[in-house]
Design a protein around this ligand. Structure first.
Ligand code: PHE
Length: 329
């Protein structure tokens, strides 16, 4: 049979199939038979490739015209059978009506507070670093001037994975990683989860989040640290927030302090962070010259800050994923 006849035949049978078709299932079958990947039109194009070069221009044009004709007729039928999904010639849809409100998710309150803290410190030149949640005893304790059997280890009840591997009890391990991996100056914060083997209650949970800060250079001072943290408290809790530095003790800082802010509602001071000048022993541990370099570090609990800021009374709420709680933020 000549190609001309085949084309005519396909064209005729397509149109008669289409006019007899009343359901979308039949229509889909027509699509497969004619326009599908192994359909008659596709086969015609395969045959066309084998034609002698002199015949190609003529049939090329004929085949393209045929394909457009069948596709257009097919789409028209599709619109007739399926008016809801119709395209441009569907007049029943009113596109000016307001759309449906889809349920929206939102950021977890801890994530919101974390990004707020990050951008406050980024605005004064801190970069954001990350460090491991599972670490060796050396980075979590020893390099931070907390030797084995030191009583300060009791400040942080530890989850041990094996005698030498811990779930970090604070983000201070990242101080060591940062200093091991780069020379001063350092001006970084690090946010992340920390773990403590404590009795779970409204005020302590086995896991929580901290933000650590570390500044090392040749000139930083306790005064600069105070200024930095005062700026943070003002940005986070509002101008005029009352705060105080209270002497404290951490093995990795000397001198050390804790910062409290005044809570008007509860009428009491609330501790929000620990800080201090990096202990020269820590600088030696990472191979820095402690006569040349000095710096300060601070660490704060994110849950605690969120609880003070939003008046949340139970830390466990952050980890229960109760929508009634989460939807308030
Ligand atoms: N790592 C201390 C803690 O978890 C906080 C801290 C960090 C204190 C850095 C001083 C300097 O309690």
């Amino acid at each position: 049979m000549s190609l001309d006849n085949t084309i005519k035949e396909i064209q005729t049978s397509f149109h008669s199939d289409l006019s007899n078709c009343n359901t979308t299932t039949d229509l889909e079958n027509i699509r497969i038979t004619y326009l599908g990947r192994k359909g008659k039109i596709t086969i015609l194009f395969d045959d066309f490739v084998k034609l002698p070069g002199s015949e190609k221009p003529k049939y090329g044009k004929t085949l393209n015209v045929l394909k457009i004709e069948l596709t257009t007729a097919f789409n028209q039928k599709l619109n007739e059978l399926n008016p809801d999904k119709g395209g441009s010639n569907d007049s029943s849809a009113d596109f000016s009506l307001p759309g449906y409100d889809l349920p929206k998710g939102s950021l977890h309150p801890l994530e919101q507070i974390t990004s707020e803290i990050k951008s406050i410190f980024q605005s004064i030149g801190f970069s954001v670093a990350y460090g491991p949640e599972i670490d060796d005893d050396y980075h979590n304790f020893e390099a931070l001037n907390v030797p084995k059997h030191h009583p300060a280890r009791d400040m942080q009840d530890t989850f041990f994975i094996d005698p030498n591997t811990v779930l970090r009890t604070h983000t201070s391990n990242v101080q060591i990683h940062l200093m091991e991996n780069q020379d001063p100056p350092i001006r970084h914060i690090c946010c992340g989860r920390v773990f403590r083997n404590e009795a779970v209650s409204y005020k302590s949970f086995c896991l929580f989040n901290q933000v650590e800060g570390l500044v090392i250079n040749e000139s930083s001072s306790f005064a600069e640290m105070k200024g930095t943290l005062e700026y943070f408290v003002e940005e986070m809790f509002g101008k005029g927030t009352k705060m105080r530095f209270r002497p404290s003790y951490f093995p990795f800082t000397e001198p050390s302090a804790e910062v409290d802010i005044w809570n008007d509602k509860l009428n009491q001071w609330m501790e929000i962070l620990g800080c201090g000048m990096v202990n020269p022993n820590v600088l030696t541990n990472v191979g820095y010259d402690n006569k040349k370099y000095q710096g300060f570090a601070f660490g704060m609990g994110i849950e605690r800050i969120a609880m003070i800021k939003y008046g949340i009374k139970d830390i466990r709420l952050f980890y229960q994923n109760d929508k009634r709680f989460l939807e308030q933020f």
